[in-house]
Ligand binder design. Structure first.
Ligand code: DCP
Ligand code: CA
Ligand code: CA
Length: 348
């Protein structure tokens, strides 16, 4: 049996802005794209609880948010600051267990199994973490403690804002029973629809879903079905994973024969970009620069870089930024090319 703690900062970007701008405290604050008096494009990143009362939510078009509360305080995303705060928070948490998994800027799991003897001791650690974060950063967070990651996360959600809750192991299954099936990670609207059809029910609670046999779940959902079977019962076998973060994602290609054929070189180069782009999309990482490498027949190697503001960029954007750099290498030398490489720099 494990003891897992999940921690998630309360209304993270907006809470930091509240701290930085105490004059706005108590007012609805919305962090995200510029609303341009209702004509703005882009979305709400997050908002404080005062703004949530009006129905504003993360991911909502900023124009819609403006309709709901034009008078709110609208602030741009200051990612650099939020990253700094995030680093500081993770440093505090890691002091309590090196077995820490960062899930996003404001959220982490730690495994306390080897650190404490029981859930009471884990609760004390949770309180200490909350206290330290508040002392150092003047920010509140919420904590959920349970026997696995899934239950800890759902428990944390219920503790929000500025709370701490424990779900004891023997309560894990009952705890989920009356919740909507979508609390189970991996069950979104589509999966829920299938389960509704299968059970011929309008609403499906976790306890309803337990009526489906393991075999039937497998028939409907394949391998995922097996996982669902356990999750419906409060079991989650995934571990707290300490992940090393990559600083960049890159690919390179050595030509069979050194070449000066720029058409061929660009074709290969586009393949490299496309592969890196797919990988960065899959990893859901933000990019803040590109590095292009070119090695000539005599092994002389050059690199060129371009930095830009971080974001989720597509292939076409990366082509546009990189092909001119590659062309500079090609027109700038009479030598044949032996190898080319493409790399994107990740913001964190
Ligand atoms: N975020 C974003 N766009 C989204 C969702 C989130 O930019 N669609 C950013 C802003 C959030 C931060 O990520 O502050 C953390 O997201 P959470 O889902 O944890 O939400 P909050 O911390 O804002 O609120 P809560 O108190 O509900 O955790
Ligand atoms: Ca949060
Ligand atoms: Ca979060």
């Amino acid at each position: 049996m494990s003891i897992v703690l999940h921690i998630d900062m309360d209304y993270f970007f907006a809470q930091i802005e509240e701290r930085e701008n105490p004059q706005f405290k108590g007012k609805p604050i919305i962090v995200g794209a510029d609303p341009r008096e209702g004509a703005g494009r882009g979305v709400v990143s997050t908002c404080n609880y005062e703004a949530r009362k009006f129905g504003v939510k993360s991911g909502m078009p900023i124009s819609r948010s403006y309709k709901l509360i034009p008078k709110a305080i609208y602030l741009p995303v200051n990612m650099e600051l939020y990253k700094k705060v995030s680093d500081s928070i993770f440093k505090i948490i890691r002091d309590f267990s090196e077995i820490m998994e960062e899930v996003s800027l404001d959220e982490a799991y730690i495994d306390l199994t080897e650190k404490v003897n029981n859930f009471e001791e884990a609760e004390k650690i949770g309180l200490k973490i909350k206290e330290k974060i508040f002392q150092k950063e003047e920010l509140t967070c919420s904590v959920g403690i349970a026997k696995n990651k899934m239950i800890a996360k759902i428990t944390c959600e219920l503790a929000k804002p500025n709370g701490l809750r424990v779900t004891l192991p023997e309560k894990s299954s009952d705890f989920l029973s009356s919740m909507d099936i979508t609390v189970i990670p991996g069950i979104g609207a589509k999966t829920k629809q299938k389960i509704k059809e299968y059970l011929k029910k309008e609403e499906v609670k976790v306890s309803d879903a337990r009526a489906i046999s393991k075999k039937n779940l497998k028939d409907i959902f394949g391998k995922r079905g097996d996982e669902f079977y356990f999750k419906f019962r409060g079991e989650d076998r995934s571990i707290v994973e300490v992940k090393k973060k990559a600083k960049s994602i890159g690919r390179e290609y050595t030509f069979q024969k050194d070449t000066k054929d720029s058409k061929k070189i660009i074709k290969v180069f586009k393949h490299l970009i496309s592969s890196v782009s797919d990988k960065s999309k899959k990893d859901n990482v933000q990019i803040n620069g590109v590095v292009i490498t070119c090695r000539f027949e005599d092994f002389e190697t050059h690199t060129k870089q371009k930095t830009f503001s971080e974001g989720y960029y597509d292939k076409d954007f990366l082509y546009k930024k990189s092909i001119p750099l590659l062309l500079k290498f090609l027109v700038g030398s009479n030598k044949k090319v032996r190898l080319i490489g493409f790399r994107v720099k990740l913001s964190k």
